[in-house]
Design a protein around this ligand. Structure first.
Ligand code: NAD
Ligand code: LMR
Length: 329
């Protein structure tokens, strides 16, 4: 019997990440090669025409799994019946904008989107926030959706995870598939902490293989944490294909599970594990089992890691307090 299509809502569908993402979703890479999808593209009214152009191209690919495309300019319709929601569209920081202004502008997007998800999405809705500041935007959306379990709101640090895999593979002369159990902690920002102390390179402890704390502190961590800015500097635009790729990885693993013997990184609501303030949406080492993220427990946190986890968590707590003060959560 043919399977019922899964409704996937993508916001910011006419943007550059949207363009790199939609074709991969429609080809089956998000959910599986046997899972039909219906795309629901959500854009602001001025960008609907561009989204229509992308939809024409999607049609022209004749993807066997693509069961329909609808385009919306309001969240109520955009999220109706959604099973998966990729919140990509966001208000970028512009010249002269303070952090508070940015949080407030995004609150105006993610609050109403959270409410629309609360009121109209399917019971099994899973949300991935990509639009920056992703962790706090996810918190705002979740706060506006009291009837949806908080665990269904996540933010993307998989791109940071993938960046860290590549950097560590290059340093150790291995390939990314030789590396396991790497972790991104905290915020998707320059304070994030890519942690290799529990990672393995071809079965050996990564920190021991590298055996170079100066490289870790002065090269690896800043390279990963500032990679987004380096891409903007080089391309003149923020990462798009790699961001779309990470979104695919995140949702694919959430729905289908993570491989045995490994974990990944995702920003999920903290339950207080590892001293991370409860309720903030922070990146952790995670596995996905039976369609749910679980924080990997029992890892020893050394002094080097503790200070860095605390710093990135402190930034998230500040962001949470700022949006609370603005009445956004
Ligand atoms: P873009 O400017 O090319 O596209 C954004 C799109 O969002 C635009 O088409 C815009 O019209 C749309 N949009 C704006 N407000 C909207 C709303 N309320 N509803 C629906 N659509 C709306 O940007 P992009 O390069 O695609 O990046 C999107 C976001 O992703 C940015 O915030 C960027 O900083 C972020 N990003 C996050 C990561 C990550 O790892 N978490 C990585 C890369 C980029
Ligand atoms: C990235 O990590 O590539 C982006 O979050 C950068 C950005 O500011 O859009």
């Amino acid at each position: 019997m043919a399977r019922t299509p899964v409704n996937v809502t993508v916001t910011g569908a006419a943007g550059q990440i949207g363009y790199a993402l939609l074709f991969r979703i429609a080809s089956g890479q998000l959910l599986g090669a046997d899972v039909p999808v219906k795309l629901r593209l959500l854009e602001i009214p001025q960008a609907v025409k561009a989204a229509e152009g992308t939809a024409m191209e999607l049609d022209d690919c004749a993807f066997p799994l693509l069961a329909g495309i609808d385009i919306f300019d309001n969240p109520t319709d955009g999220f109706a019946g959604a099973n998966v929601a990729l919140l990509v569209g966001a208000r970028p920081r512009t010249k002269g904008m303070e952090r508070g202004d940015l949080l407030e502008a995004n609150g105006g997007i993610f609050g109403p989107q959270g409410k629309a998800i609360n009121d109209g999405a399917a019971d099994d809705i899973r949300v991935l926030v990509v639009g920056n500041p992703a962790n706090t935007n996810a918190l705002i959306a979740s706060a506006a959706a009291p009837d949806v379990p908080a665990e269904r709101f996540t933010a993307m640090t998989r791109l940071d995870h993938n960046r860290a895999l590549s950097q560590l593979a290059a340093k150790t002369g291995t390939t990314v598939s030789d590396i396991k159990k790497l972790t991104i902690w905290g915020n998707h920002s320059a304070t994030q902490y890519p942690d290799i102390f529990h990672a393995e390179v071809a079965g050996k402890n990564a920190a021991e293989v590298v055996n170079d704390e100066a490289w870790l502190a002065d090269t690896f961590i800043p390279t990963v944490a500032k990679r987004g800015a380096a891409i903007i500097e080089a391309r003149g635009a923020s990462s798009a294909a790699s961001a779309a790729n990470a979104a695919i990885d995140h949702v694919h693993d959430w729905v289908n599970g993570t491989p045995e013997g490994d974990w990944t990184s995702a920003a999920i609501p903290s339950d207080g594990s590892y001293g991370v303030a409860e309720g903030i949406i922070s990146s952790f080492p995670v596995v996905s089992k039976n369609g749910k993220w679980e924080i990997v427990q029992g890892l020893e946190v050394n002094e080097f890691s503790r200070a860095r986890i605390d710093a990135t968590v402190a930034e998230l707590v500040e962001e949470r307090d700022a949006v609370k003060q603005l009445g956004l959560i």
